[in-house]
Design a protein around this ligand. Structure first.
Ligand code: RUQ
Ligand code: CUA
Length: 623
């Protein structure tokens, strides 16, 4: 997110309050000796890099990048036909909030979903091989898929809310000065197939053109519900910096997604662009509003499902909502008016307290032991506070529940506590994802990385353990215990379902049908079979390369000189590229991954003759 608030740095880059000896001791906590392994995966979103970064905790060492919405030559992503097809017309995305799949409100280690704020998409990464396997979208009838990807307790849905609004149906044009009347926002339920993880658009709920912000899903008592904050309930269409912060409160959305699902099944929706749309003014019980603190951002349900903390960027407190009271208010119709036919729940009836956490609270995470951690964008710190139930004395002065503040460097956006969004957080570690690194690293010129800081939250007082840096820009992360998954290390031959996979020399070769030339190659230490592909100018060339290795880490690449071809095949994998041949010449191809002592020798030739210069290439296997 971008903030118009000018921030000043407190502190001078030191961990205030600790001595060098203490800092050194804390740092030992993140030391993972050579040959030893981390205990947790950290999946951070890569923001507008379009990717997901994987690091280990506690070492904070970057291990791999999982390409999702942008090409990534290191793994050949975006070059082969399979990934190009998934990326469709886009070569970037803005990845914000990764969400691990859950069963019974616990991570089940199957999939990681990430949203694309820029092009309205959601992607699914399979945790068996850490590869992007589906990109859904652009989602119909919505613009700006920021408020996602929030996973329901059994991964029934990924819930999304739009950051922007647009005249609907898409393609219709209206002047932004008629914003209030002509523009609409949307909450979407993206259905997840429980067996395959395949996503499809389930249903949508029409909303006024607020800018929906961050949210989360319910569990336990709040099972079946989801919550989002918003900004710009003023429905301004220009100079939002000023015009969208006029009101003291903004409206949060309280969504009963099970009711939405039922309304669609009962035929209470109308189709737009192929999606059943619910008008919440006509279908009561699906959507409610709740006026919470000015310009809020995160709205995070705690592990018990009873408490919801909403940050207020422009106020010095975090609002704690009691879900049981919220439910009671809905049942008793304790409303304070309505907005376009949607009831506004009475604030005083549902708020447990406003905790004075500091300036610029954005997101809250939980350790499952009764403590909450809120990121302070303006104050640059993490504030630890005690969750309700509070004593009468604490209720009188909620300063008493604020327990600790850890300075961060600098301007923390999101933070993540291991497992916070499940019913059973691991606790122990918190990572602060800071918007500014402001020179806490060797000087690399004006393009500065983001900084993430590892904080030990296992004791009464938080301990700063390590600084790490990534390319822009982590917005949120998920932490998964390494022992919860067992990713495959090679693609077993039997699991390679590509019909063009070949495993033996005599299955390889180059064939021609008219102007379509198809080559099937195998890659094995240290050669390609065949190592010659003959074709002519004007041909459509399709090449399938199978890496027949069944050994861990034995990756081969396939680069063709001056053809912008870059395949990378994991052991057991087949990849394909297509090329329209437009120029004659002899173009060497070679393996890009250093695979053996004779890796350099792993090469061959693509020979492109002018039409009529030579007979068509033989249809039989060479070599
Ligand atoms: S948002 S921190 Cu998507 Cu908070 Cu960026
Ligand atoms: Cu195969 Cu280098």
């Amino acid at each position: 997110m971008a903030f118009a608030i000018v921030t000043t740095f407190t502190g001078c880059g030191k961990q205030s309050g600790t001595t060098k000896a203490e800092r050194t001791e804390n740092a030992l906590a993140n030391y993972v000796a050579p040959g030893e392994k981390d205990e947790y995966y950290l999946f951070y979103s890569g923001g507008h890099s379009g990717q997901v970064f994987v690091a280990g905790i506690p070492s904070m060492r970057h291990i791999i990048t999982i390409p999702v919405f942008a090409p990534y030559p290191a793994t050949g992503y975006g070059f082969d036909e399979e990934s190009k097809k998934m990326m469709a017309d886009f070569t970037w995305g803005d990845v914000h909030h990764p969400g691990l799949s859950q069963t019974k409100s616990k991570y089940d280690g199957r999939w990681l979903f990430v949203n694309d704020n820029a092009n309205n998409r959601i992607a699914r990464i399979d945790l068996r091989d850490f590869k992007t396997r589906q990109i859904l979208g652009p989602i119909p009838n919505s613009i700006g898929n920021h408020g996602s990807s929030f996973i329901t307790e059994n991964s029934e849905y990924i819930l999304c809310a739009t950051r922007f609004s647009t005249p609907l149906p898409k393609g219709r044009v209206a002047d932004p000065k008629d914003y209030e009347k002509e523009f609409s926002g949307m909450v979407s339920g993206i259905k997840v197939d429980p067996q395959t993880g395949e996503m499809s658009v389930g249903w949508q709920i029409l909303t006024p053109p607020f800018d929906w912000d961050l949210g989360s899903t319910g569990k336990g008592p709040s099972s079946g519900w989801a919550f989002w904050t918003s900004y710009n309930t003023e429905m301004a269409h220009e100079t939002l910096e000023v015009n969208s912060s006029q009101k003291d409160r903004d409206l949060a959305a309280v969504v009963n997604w099970r009711a939405a699902e039922k309304a669609v099944a009962d035929g209470q929706a109308t189709l737009m662009d192929g999606v059943p749309i619910i008008d919440p003014a006509k279908v009561p019980g699906v959507l409610y509003f709740l006026a919470i603190g000015k310009s809020p951002h995160g709205m995070d349900v705690d592990p018990t499902g009873k408490w919801i903390a909403a940050g207020g960027k422009l106020q010095p407190s975090t609002t704690v909502i009691n879900f049981e009271k919220l439910q009671a208010a809905i049942n008793a119709k304790t409303f304070e008016g309505d907005m376009r036919g949607v009831p506004i729940i009475k604030y005083d009836a549902v708020v447990e307290g406003e905790v004075p956490v500091g300036l610029g609270p954005l997101h809250t995470q939980y350790d499952g032991k009764g403590f909450a951690y809120t990121s302070m964008f303006i104050d640059s710190n993490i504030t630890k506070w005690k969750m309700p139930p509070w004593s009468d004395e604490e209720k009188k002065d909620l300063n008493k529940v604020v327990l600790d503040k850890m300075p961060t460097h600098f301007s923390t956006g999101h933070l993540v506590v291991a497992g916070s969004d499940t019913a059973e957080p691991y606790g122990k570690w918190c990572v602060a994802m800071n918007k500014l690194s402001a020179g806490r690293h060797i000087n690399v010129g004006p393009s500065q990385p983001e900084s993430s800081q590892l904080i030990d939250i296992s004791g009464d007082k938080m301990k700063m353990v390590a600084d790490a840096f990534t390319e822009p820009e982590p917005h949120f992360a998920q932490i998964l215990k390494v022992s919860e998954i067992e990713p495959q290390e090679v693609l077993a031959k039997a699991d390679n379902k590509d019909p063009n996979a070949v495993w033996e020399k005599d299955q390889t070769g180059v064939t021609r049908e008219g102007t379509n030339v198809t080559a099937k190659l195998i890659a094995i230490r240290s050669r390609f079979v065949p190592d010659r592909i003959e074709a002519q100018v004007g041909d459509e060339l399709t090449v399938h390369v199978t890496n027949v290795e069944q050994t861990r880490d034995m990756i081969h690449g396939f680069g063709v000189i001056e053809q912008n071809v870059n395949l990378v095949m994991d052991p057991g994998e087949t990849k394909t590229f297509k090329l329209k041949l437009t120029k004659a010449g002899v173009f060497p191809f070679y393996c890009t991954n250093f695979c053996s002592a004779l890796h350099q020798e792993m090469q061959g030739y693509l020979i492109v003759r002018n039409a009529g210069e030579a007979p068509p290439p033989p249809a039989t296997a060479q070599n």
